[in-house]
Write a protein that binds this ligand. Structure first.
Ligand code: ADP
Ligand code: MG
Length: 134
């Protein structure tokens, strides 16, 4: 499905709608350039799952978890991860197989569960984005 977003709120609403379809065990890959809106999408997803905490980018800590949500959310930013081995050394793969939802920016895992949803966010200039969920 392709969606058109004209501001950050639209992007959060698209994510909230996706949140309604989640039942746990999903992995959501967020693709898009820096500033595309991957973290903004995650904010909407966490809100859509009932989360009240502010989502902040886990760039330096790699992962933040949210457990005040209908389903636990594990939000990853793998920008600073050198390679997949580092993910295994940190024991991060276990979060892919929990009953929560793993939301991943800059994914570096090569093997992913079957219930993986891909979200491609493309910058269209200004505040416009094209968001494809597949
Ligand atoms: P990323 O995680 O992809 O690097 P962020 O979500 O951190 O991106 O930042 C996106 C920035 O762009 C935010 O400041 C947000 O308010 C702004 N923005 C403007 N228009 C949009 C839009 N349509 N969708 C998402 N973010 C938008
Ligand atoms: Mg981000």
């Amino acid at each position: 499905m392709k969606y058109y977003s004209k501001n950050a709120r639209d992007t959060q609403n698209i994510a909230k709608n996706l949140a309604k379809t989640l039942s746990g065990g999903e992995v959501i890959l967020l693709n898009g350039d820096l500033g595309a809106g991957k973290t903004t999408f995650t904010k909407g997803l966490v809100k859509g799952l009932g989360g009240k905490k502010t989502v902040v980018s886990p760039t330096f800590t790699i992962m933040h978890s949210y457990d005040d949500t209908r389903i636990p959310v594990y939000h990853f930013d793998m920008y600073r991860i050198a390679d997949e081995d580092e993910l295994y050394e940190l024991g991060l793969e276990e979060y892919l197989y929990e009953n929560g939802v793993a939301v991943i920016e800059w994914n570096k895992f090569s093997r992913l569960p079957e219930k993986t949803v891909t979200v491609n966010i493309v910058l269209k200039g200004g505040n416009e984005r094209e968001i494809e969920i597949c």
